[in-house]
Design a protein around this ligand. Structure first.
Ligand code: RUB
Length: 319
């Protein structure tokens, strides 16, 4: 496992921006501890906390957990420096515990959807190194089903250009002893159509109030293939990732990363000089392609604009 030692908030912001730390749950928790770090380094100065908040929020625009956890941290930074230090530290611990609880709870709800003998496809990485460590969100569902004794198999889908499905999800599945097979982004339609896959479970970077889903680029293609082949397509998320201020997927900012990340692989140029590349880091899957949204309070189904509202006041999420 790679270990990074980060000494200050600018280093943390760079690590998030450069995708050394990635996945919505993980960067949300890094936002929390980034604010705590700013508080500790400045001995509880509100100005430094606000500065850190705005730097960290500017790193990646699509995943909403980062914005929400930072706002939660900033909201308790009131009073004397001693008060601020104490409250910010307590809040950090509370948020981490809450996220872990979400992962256990949504894992239990999601596992009910998995049958003995299922092969489940997941995309990119929504796993244990993300979130607070039990399972990320998609892997929480998979891991819980596996630990219940269901004989499952996972197709982990690699994602260009960072290859997280191979490099991180496969690593974690191996660590948990879960049987798995690695495929690449373009293969999902074939395997679904040939009857290899019974369920698709992906993570989420943001769910809009109407149920539209922002997740790693390629998710939309999988959802289309799943619909065409009658395969249930789920996203595993939590109330914290549902953004009621975002009405639909059209309102979600999709992070456009540097095309050079596509053109270079491990520092070697793999396309001709002069070839230009594009890299939208996420895509939007419209709600009608989503069979269910797995959350810590249960599996939410269509009509999402009505049914998701039940979660609106949950855990200080505001409309
Ligand atoms: C990773 C990605 C993941 C979600 C959910 O994107 O899209 O599916 O973040 O992960 P990136 P989790 O690598 O660009 O950050 O369930 O761990 O929050």
């Amino acid at each position: 496992e790679e270990v990074y030692t980060l000494h200050d908030v600018p280093e943390l912001a760079k690590a998030i921006n450069n995708m050394n730390i990635r996945g919505s749950g993980a960067i949300g928790i890094c936002g929390v501890y980034g604010i705590l770090l700013a508080a500790l380094k400045s001995n509880g100065k509100k100005g430094k906390i606000l500065e850190a908040a705005s730097l960290l929020k500017s790193t990646r625009p699509t995943a909403v957990n980062l914005m929400k956890t930072i706002d939660e941290m900033v909201s308790v930074a009131e009073g004397s420096s001693e008060d601020i230090l104490e409250k910010v530290e307590q809040k950090a611990v509370d948020i981490l515990k809450r996220q872990l609880q979400f992962e256990y709870d949504l894992g239990a709800h999601g596992a009910e959807l998995i049958n003995d003998g299922d092969t489940i496809m997941t995309h990119c990485h929504s796993g244990a190194l993300g979130g607070s460590g039990f399972g990320g969100r998609a892997l929480s569902v998979i891991r819980t089903a596996f630990e219940q004794g269901k004989k499952i198999h996972v197709y982990t889908c690699e994602t260009r250009p960072y290859l997280q499905g191979a490099r991180i999800t496969a690593y974690e599945l191996k660590k948990f002893g879960i049987p798995h097979t690695l495929i690449t982004d373009g293969m999902s339609g074939y395997f679904m159509n040939q009857g290899y896959i019974q369920k698709v479970v992906v993570g989420s970077d943001r769910v809009a109030g109407n149920g539209d889903l922002a997740n790693k680029i390629g998710t939309y293609n999988h959802a289309l293939a799943a619909k065409a082949n009658g395969i249930p397509f789920y996203t595993a998320t939590s109330s914290h990732t549902i953004d009621f201020l975002t009405k639909s997927g059209k309102d979600i900012e999709v992070e456009m990363r540097n095309g050079d990340e596509v053109v270079y692989l491990n520092g070697t140029r793999i396309a001709p000089e002069g070839t230009h590349a594009l890299y939208p880091s996420f895509d939007i899957t419209p709600n009608e392609l989503i069979t269910g949204i797995i959350t810590e309070v249960g599996v939410i189904q269509s009509p999402y604009d009505k049914n998701l509202k039940k979660l609106a006041n949950y855990n200080s999420v505001t409309i």
